[in-house]
Design a protein around this ligand. Sequence first.
Ligand SMILES: [Zn+2]
Length: 126
Amino acid sequence: MATMVRVRHVSVKVALLARLKTLQLRLAQLERPVADGHGDEGDRSLAYERHELAADALDRIAEEIGACDAALARIDAGEYGRCAECGKWLAAARLAALPAASLCIDCASHAERVRDDRRRRPWTEE
Ligand SMILES: [Zn+2]
């Protein structure tokens, strides 16, 4: 049984490392400068728009790289598959769909609700 878990984690590790490699390649592509100062106004605003999109994508990719790194660290620590919030084991289906997931479905949806609430009612000083 313990061996089966280990084998499963090795394949997760391979998948995470492959994902990391893809993300790092994507990161390298996005970090190439898009604007070179030539072209007319339209070219420049298009370049600016691409830059904005790239900045957005960079944030998401950096976040996912962080999640993959953290998942790899959890595998090495023997904590992979355990919820970082409540300590319950994550469902196998959840891990299969999101190998880098660190929260169980309950904690993840709670975290999402909290995030949404903050977005809807930003804290203001009165
Ligand atoms: Zn949890």
